[in-house]
Design a protein around this ligand. Structure first.
Ligand SMILES: [Zn+2]
Length: 369
Protein backbone atom coordinates (compact mmCIF):
# COMPACT_ATOMS: atom_id res chain seq x y z
CA UNK A 1 0.00 0.00 0.00
CA UNK A 2 2.68 2.50 1.11
CA UNK A 3 5.02 1.55 -1.72
CA UNK A 4 2.32 2.16 -4.29
CA UNK A 5 1.73 5.65 -2.88
CA UNK A 6 5.39 6.71 -3.31
CA UNK A 7 5.42 5.47 -6.89
CA UNK A 8 2.85 8.01 -7.94
CA UNK A 9 4.82 11.11 -6.73
CA UNK A 10 5.95 13.00 -9.86
CA UNK A 11 9.72 13.03 -10.45
CA UNK A 12 9.99 16.84 -10.34
CA UNK A 13 8.57 16.91 -6.82
CA UNK A 14 11.14 14.38 -5.66
CA UNK A 15 13.99 16.52 -6.98
CA UNK A 16 12.56 19.65 -5.34
CA UNK A 17 12.33 17.76 -2.06
CA UNK A 18 15.98 16.66 -2.33
CA UNK A 19 17.17 20.21 -3.09
CA UNK A 20 15.23 21.74 -0.23
CA UNK A 21 16.51 19.08 2.14
CA UNK A 22 20.15 19.85 1.29
CA UNK A 23 19.43 23.58 1.19
CA UNK A 24 20.70 23.85 -2.36
CA UNK A 25 18.85 26.20 -4.61
CA UNK A 26 20.54 26.24 -8.00
CA UNK A 27 22.03 29.72 -8.40
CA UNK A 28 21.60 30.85 -11.96
CA UNK A 29 21.97 34.55 -11.16
CA UNK A 30 25.33 34.53 -9.37
CA UNK A 31 27.62 37.48 -10.08
CA UNK A 32 31.24 37.31 -11.20
CA UNK A 33 32.55 38.27 -7.73
CA UNK A 34 30.81 35.32 -6.09
CA UNK A 35 31.79 32.71 -8.64
CA UNK A 36 35.04 31.39 -7.21
CA UNK A 37 34.92 27.59 -7.03
CA UNK A 38 37.77 25.74 -5.34
CA UNK A 39 39.74 23.80 -7.91
CA UNK A 40 39.08 20.06 -8.14
CA UNK A 41 42.42 19.53 -9.87
CA UNK A 42 44.62 17.05 -8.08
CA UNK A 43 48.31 17.81 -8.66
CA UNK A 44 51.37 18.09 -6.41
CA UNK A 45 51.19 21.13 -4.13
CA UNK A 46 54.09 22.90 -2.42
CA UNK A 47 52.72 25.89 -0.57
CA UNK A 48 55.49 27.97 1.00
CA UNK A 49 55.45 30.30 3.99
CA UNK A 50 59.09 31.34 3.87
CA UNK A 51 61.61 31.96 1.12
CA UNK A 52 64.33 29.46 0.22
CA UNK A 53 66.99 32.17 0.69
CA UNK A 54 66.91 35.32 2.78
CA UNK A 55 65.55 38.10 0.62
CA UNK A 56 65.47 41.87 0.37
CA UNK A 57 62.07 43.45 -0.23
CA UNK A 58 62.92 46.69 -2.04
CA UNK A 59 59.35 47.99 -2.14
CA UNK A 60 57.69 48.34 1.23
CA UNK A 61 55.80 51.08 3.06
CA UNK A 62 55.69 51.66 6.83
CA UNK A 63 54.32 55.01 7.83
CA UNK A 64 55.02 55.04 11.55
CA UNK A 65 58.59 53.77 11.67
CA UNK A 66 59.81 56.97 13.34
CA UNK A 67 58.23 55.87 16.62
CA UNK A 68 56.88 52.33 16.37
CA UNK A 69 58.10 49.26 18.21
CA UNK A 70 59.86 47.30 15.47
CA UNK A 71 60.19 43.92 17.18
CA UNK A 72 56.99 42.48 15.79
CA UNK A 73 57.85 43.59 12.26
CA UNK A 74 61.29 42.00 12.49
CA UNK A 75 59.90 38.76 13.90
CA UNK A 76 57.41 38.61 10.99
CA UNK A 77 60.33 39.22 8.63
CA UNK A 78 62.20 36.35 10.31
CA UNK A 79 59.29 33.99 9.74
CA UNK A 80 59.23 34.92 6.02
CA UNK A 81 63.04 34.71 5.79
CA UNK A 82 63.12 38.39 4.82
CA UNK A 83 66.63 39.64 5.51
CA UNK A 84 66.06 43.33 4.80
CA UNK A 85 62.94 45.44 4.37
CA UNK A 86 63.28 48.68 2.43
CA UNK A 87 60.78 51.26 3.65
CA UNK A 88 60.25 53.67 0.76
CA UNK A 89 58.25 56.13 2.87
CA UNK A 90 61.13 58.03 4.47
CA UNK A 91 59.68 61.48 3.76
CA UNK A 92 63.02 63.21 4.31
CA UNK A 93 64.33 65.76 6.77
CA UNK A 94 63.40 65.36 10.42
CA UNK A 95 61.06 62.41 9.87
CA UNK A 96 63.71 60.44 8.02
CA UNK A 97 66.32 61.04 10.70
CA UNK A 98 63.76 60.08 13.36
CA UNK A 99 63.14 56.83 11.45
CA UNK A 100 66.81 55.89 11.20
CA UNK A 101 67.31 56.90 14.83
CA UNK A 102 64.42 54.69 15.94
CA UNK A 103 65.74 51.77 13.87
CA UNK A 104 69.26 52.19 15.30
CA UNK A 105 68.04 52.49 18.87
CA UNK A 106 66.19 49.18 18.57
CA UNK A 107 69.22 47.47 17.04
CA UNK A 108 67.80 46.83 13.56
CA UNK A 109 69.93 49.04 11.34
CA UNK A 110 71.03 45.96 9.37
CA UNK A 111 67.43 44.75 8.84
CA UNK A 112 65.44 47.90 8.12
CA UNK A 113 66.51 50.57 5.67
CA UNK A 114 64.77 53.61 4.33
CA UNK A 115 64.55 55.62 1.10
CA UNK A 116 63.81 59.31 1.16
CA UNK A 117 61.17 61.30 -0.71
CA UNK A 118 61.08 64.81 -2.15
CA UNK A 119 58.20 67.12 -2.97
CA UNK A 120 57.53 68.55 -6.43
CA UNK A 121 54.82 71.10 -5.64
CA UNK A 122 57.10 74.05 -4.98
CA UNK A 123 59.17 73.34 -8.10
CA UNK A 124 58.60 76.95 -9.29
CA UNK A 125 60.47 78.45 -6.39
CA UNK A 126 63.83 79.88 -7.40
CA UNK A 127 65.83 77.82 -4.91
CA UNK A 128 63.90 74.57 -5.40
CA UNK A 129 66.82 72.70 -6.98
CA UNK A 130 69.27 73.90 -4.30
CA UNK A 131 67.00 73.20 -1.35
CA UNK A 132 65.89 69.80 -2.68
CA UNK A 133 69.51 68.82 -3.39
CA UNK A 134 70.49 69.92 0.11
CA UNK A 135 67.67 67.83 1.57
CA UNK A 136 68.76 64.72 -0.33
CA UNK A 137 72.38 65.14 0.82
CA UNK A 138 71.22 65.65 4.41
CA UNK A 139 68.99 62.56 4.19
CA UNK A 140 71.78 60.41 2.78
CA UNK A 141 74.03 61.55 5.65
CA UNK A 142 71.22 60.47 7.97
CA UNK A 143 71.01 57.00 6.47
CA UNK A 144 68.73 57.24 3.40
CA UNK A 145 69.76 54.55 0.86
CA UNK A 146 67.74 55.73 -2.11
CA UNK A 147 64.99 58.02 -3.39
CA UNK A 148 61.39 56.95 -4.02
CA UNK A 149 59.07 58.88 -6.34
CA UNK A 150 55.35 58.23 -5.92
CA UNK A 151 52.96 57.81 -8.82
CA UNK A 152 50.97 60.78 -7.56
CA UNK A 153 53.96 63.04 -8.13
CA UNK A 154 54.04 62.57 -11.90
CA UNK A 155 50.27 62.51 -12.19
CA UNK A 156 48.67 64.96 -9.78
CA UNK A 157 51.34 67.37 -8.54
CA UNK A 158 50.95 70.74 -10.23
CA UNK A 159 53.08 73.85 -10.40
CA UNK A 160 51.95 77.31 -9.29
CA UNK A 161 50.09 77.78 -12.60
CA UNK A 162 48.17 74.54 -12.13
CA UNK A 163 50.09 72.59 -14.77
CA UNK A 164 50.86 68.93 -14.13
CA UNK A 165 54.53 68.40 -13.27
CA UNK A 166 55.80 65.62 -15.55
CA UNK A 167 58.57 63.30 -14.37
CA UNK A 168 60.81 64.66 -17.13
CA UNK A 169 60.41 68.29 -16.01
CA UNK A 170 63.80 69.98 -16.65
CA UNK A 171 64.10 71.18 -13.06
CA UNK A 172 64.20 67.54 -11.94
CA UNK A 173 67.25 66.79 -14.12
CA UNK A 174 69.84 67.90 -11.52
CA UNK A 175 68.04 65.80 -8.90
CA UNK A 176 68.35 62.60 -10.94
CA UNK A 177 72.02 63.44 -11.62
CA UNK A 178 72.67 64.09 -7.94
CA UNK A 179 71.32 60.63 -7.05
CA UNK A 180 73.68 59.16 -9.63
CA UNK A 181 76.60 61.08 -8.11
CA UNK A 182 75.64 59.96 -4.59
CA UNK A 183 75.30 56.37 -5.90
CA UNK A 184 71.80 55.93 -4.56
CA UNK A 185 69.11 54.26 -6.70
CA UNK A 186 65.89 56.05 -7.60
CA UNK A 187 62.73 53.95 -7.49
CA UNK A 188 59.99 55.47 -9.65
CA UNK A 189 56.40 54.36 -9.69
CA UNK A 190 54.74 55.99 -12.72
CA UNK A 191 51.08 55.66 -13.69
CA UNK A 192 49.07 52.52 -12.88
CA UNK A 193 47.90 49.48 -14.86
CA UNK A 194 46.94 50.59 -18.37
CA UNK A 195 43.49 49.04 -17.92
CA UNK A 196 42.54 51.85 -15.52
CA UNK A 197 42.57 54.25 -18.48
CA UNK A 198 40.58 51.93 -20.75
CA UNK A 199 36.80 51.49 -21.06
CA UNK A 200 35.37 49.61 -18.10
CA UNK A 201 33.64 46.93 -20.10
CA UNK A 202 33.63 43.19 -20.75
CA UNK A 203 37.04 43.48 -22.46
CA UNK A 204 38.82 45.07 -19.49
CA UNK A 205 40.89 42.62 -17.41
CA UNK A 206 40.69 44.96 -14.39
CA UNK A 207 36.90 45.34 -14.56
CA UNK A 208 36.42 43.78 -11.13
CA UNK A 209 39.09 45.99 -9.55
CA UNK A 210 37.48 49.08 -11.07
CA UNK A 211 34.10 47.96 -9.79
CA UNK A 212 35.40 47.38 -6.26
CA UNK A 213 37.72 50.43 -6.26
CA UNK A 214 35.91 52.96 -8.46
CA UNK A 215 38.39 55.73 -7.60
CA UNK A 216 40.99 53.95 -9.75
CA UNK A 217 39.08 54.45 -13.01
CA UNK A 218 40.54 57.22 -15.17
CA UNK A 219 39.29 58.89 -18.33
CA UNK A 220 41.58 58.39 -21.32
CA UNK A 221 43.41 61.68 -20.72
CA UNK A 222 43.07 62.01 -16.91
CA UNK A 223 45.44 63.54 -16.00
CA UNK A 224 47.20 62.50 -19.23
CA UNK A 225 47.08 59.43 -21.44
CA UNK A 226 48.79 56.39 -19.88
CA UNK A 227 51.29 56.24 -22.75
CA UNK A 228 52.36 59.84 -22.11
CA UNK A 229 53.08 59.32 -18.40
CA UNK A 230 55.04 56.14 -19.15
CA UNK A 231 56.97 57.91 -21.94
CA UNK A 232 57.90 60.71 -19.52
CA UNK A 233 59.30 58.13 -17.12
CA UNK A 234 61.31 56.45 -19.89
CA UNK A 235 62.62 59.85 -20.98
CA UNK A 236 64.07 60.32 -17.48
CA UNK A 237 65.71 56.88 -17.60
CA UNK A 238 67.24 57.57 -21.02
CA UNK A 239 68.51 61.06 -20.27
CA UNK A 240 70.26 60.02 -17.03
CA UNK A 241 72.30 56.95 -17.91
CA UNK A 242 74.60 57.53 -14.94
CA UNK A 243 71.77 57.07 -12.45
CA UNK A 244 70.40 53.66 -11.43
CA UNK A 245 66.60 53.56 -11.62
CA UNK A 246 64.30 50.89 -10.23
CA UNK A 247 61.22 50.76 -12.44
CA UNK A 248 58.48 49.82 -9.96
CA UNK A 249 55.87 47.15 -10.72
CA UNK A 250 57.84 45.92 -13.78
CA UNK A 251 57.01 49.33 -15.28
CA UNK A 252 53.43 48.03 -15.85
CA UNK A 253 54.74 45.83 -18.67
CA UNK A 254 54.63 42.50 -16.81
CA UNK A 255 51.89 41.49 -19.26
CA UNK A 256 54.16 42.20 -22.24
CA UNK A 257 57.59 40.83 -21.44
CA UNK A 258 58.74 41.10 -25.06
CA UNK A 259 58.27 44.85 -24.84
CA UNK A 260 59.80 45.05 -21.37
CA UNK A 261 62.81 43.14 -22.72
CA UNK A 262 63.23 45.75 -25.44
CA UNK A 263 63.11 48.50 -22.81
CA UNK A 264 65.65 46.70 -20.60
CA UNK A 265 67.99 46.37 -23.58
CA UNK A 266 67.51 49.98 -24.56
CA UNK A 267 68.11 51.33 -21.03
CA UNK A 268 70.89 49.45 -19.24
CA UNK A 269 70.58 51.68 -16.16
CA UNK A 270 67.13 50.35 -15.20
CA UNK A 271 66.21 47.54 -12.84
CA UNK A 272 62.69 46.22 -12.32
CA UNK A 273 60.83 44.95 -9.27
CA UNK A 274 57.65 42.86 -9.34
CA UNK A 275 55.60 44.39 -6.51
CA UNK A 276 51.87 43.79 -7.05
CA UNK A 277 52.41 42.12 -10.43
CA UNK A 278 53.42 38.57 -9.45
CA UNK A 279 50.07 37.36 -10.84
CA UNK A 280 51.08 38.58 -14.29
CA UNK A 281 54.18 36.38 -14.05
CA UNK A 282 52.37 33.41 -12.54
CA UNK A 283 50.04 33.19 -15.53
CA UNK A 284 52.90 32.88 -18.05
CA UNK A 285 55.49 30.69 -16.32
CA UNK A 286 57.47 29.81 -19.43
CA UNK A 287 57.74 33.35 -20.85
CA UNK A 288 58.39 34.74 -17.37
CA UNK A 289 61.14 32.20 -16.70
CA UNK A 290 62.83 33.18 -19.96
CA UNK A 291 62.65 36.84 -18.89
CA UNK A 292 64.13 36.00 -15.47
CA UNK A 293 66.91 34.11 -17.24
CA UNK A 294 67.65 36.93 -19.68
CA UNK A 295 67.58 39.70 -17.05
CA UNK A 296 68.61 37.77 -13.95
CA UNK A 297 71.03 40.54 -12.94
CA UNK A 298 68.42 43.32 -13.06
CA UNK A 299 65.31 41.97 -11.33
CA UNK A 300 64.59 42.78 -7.68
CA UNK A 301 62.13 41.37 -5.18
CA UNK A 302 59.42 43.93 -4.40
CA UNK A 303 56.04 43.46 -2.80
CA UNK A 304 54.58 46.95 -2.14
CA UNK A 305 51.76 46.57 0.42
CA UNK A 306 53.18 44.86 3.51
CA UNK A 307 50.88 41.89 4.14
CA UNK A 308 52.97 38.98 5.47
CA UNK A 309 50.70 36.19 4.18
CA UNK A 310 50.68 37.56 0.64
CA UNK A 311 54.42 36.90 0.33
CA UNK A 312 53.66 33.18 0.36
CA UNK A 313 52.23 33.36 -3.16
CA UNK A 314 55.34 35.20 -4.36
CA UNK A 315 57.61 32.42 -3.03
CA UNK A 316 55.45 29.74 -4.60
CA UNK A 317 55.37 31.43 -8.01
CA UNK A 318 59.14 31.96 -8.01
CA UNK A 319 60.37 28.73 -6.47
CA UNK A 320 57.98 25.87 -7.29
CA UNK A 321 56.74 24.09 -10.39
CA UNK A 322 53.21 23.93 -8.98
CA UNK A 323 50.29 24.23 -11.36
CA UNK A 324 47.00 26.09 -11.22
CA UNK A 325 47.12 27.41 -7.67
CA UNK A 326 45.22 30.39 -6.33
CA UNK A 327 46.29 34.01 -6.11
CA UNK A 328 45.07 36.00 -3.10
CA UNK A 329 43.16 38.84 -4.73
CA UNK A 330 40.60 38.07 -7.38
CA UNK A 331 40.47 41.70 -8.49
CA UNK A 332 44.13 41.54 -9.51
CA UNK A 333 43.88 38.11 -11.05
CA UNK A 334 40.83 35.99 -11.73
CA UNK A 335 43.23 33.48 -13.26
CA UNK A 336 45.35 30.87 -11.46
CA UNK A 337 49.09 30.75 -10.85
CA UNK A 338 51.83 28.46 -12.17
CA UNK A 339 55.29 28.28 -10.66
CA UNK A 340 58.38 29.45 -12.57
CA UNK A 341 60.62 26.84 -10.91
CA UNK A 342 63.63 29.19 -10.89
CA UNK A 343 67.04 27.68 -10.21
CA UNK A 344 69.14 28.59 -7.17
CA UNK A 345 71.50 30.92 -9.03
CA UNK A 346 68.65 33.09 -10.31
CA UNK A 347 66.76 32.94 -7.02
CA UNK A 348 69.79 34.22 -5.12
CA UNK A 349 70.16 37.10 -7.53
CA UNK A 350 66.56 38.27 -7.37
CA UNK A 351 66.22 37.58 -3.66
CA UNK A 352 69.30 39.52 -2.56
CA UNK A 353 72.37 39.74 -4.80
CA UNK A 354 70.98 42.34 -7.19
CA UNK A 355 69.72 44.54 -4.36
CA UNK A 356 73.08 44.28 -2.55
CA UNK A 357 74.67 45.43 -5.78
CA UNK A 358 72.69 48.67 -6.22
CA UNK A 359 71.55 49.75 -2.74
CA UNK A 360 74.51 51.14 -0.79
CA UNK A 361 75.52 50.03 2.67
CA UNK A 362 73.43 46.87 3.05
CA UNK A 363 74.75 44.15 5.36
CA UNK A 364 75.84 41.36 3.02
CA UNK A 365 76.72 39.11 5.98
CA UNK A 366 72.98 38.34 6.34
CA UNK A 367 73.05 36.45 3.04
CA UNK A 368 74.80 33.34 1.70
CA UNK A 369 77.64 33.64 -0.82
ZN1 LIG B 1 54.97 51.90 -3.40
Amino acid sequence: MMRRHIQIIPLCLISLFVCAQENEVPDIHMDFESYDPPSTLVVPEHPLSSAKYPFIDVHSHHWNMQESDLHELVSQMDSLNMGINVNLSGRGGKILSAITHNIDSQGYSNRLVVFTNIEFRSIDEVDWVESTSAQIKYDVENGARGLKIYKSQGMFNTDSSGNRIPLNHPKLDPIWDLCGALKIPVLIHAADPKAFWQPMDSLNERWLELKLKPGRKREADDPAPWEIIIAEQHDVFKRHPGTVFINAHFGWFANDLDHLSDLMNEMPNIYVEFGAVIAELGRQPRRAKAFFTDFQDRILFGKDSYQPKEYHTYFRVLETADEYFPYYKKYHAFWKMYGLDLGDDILKKIYYKNALHIIPGLDSSLFPE
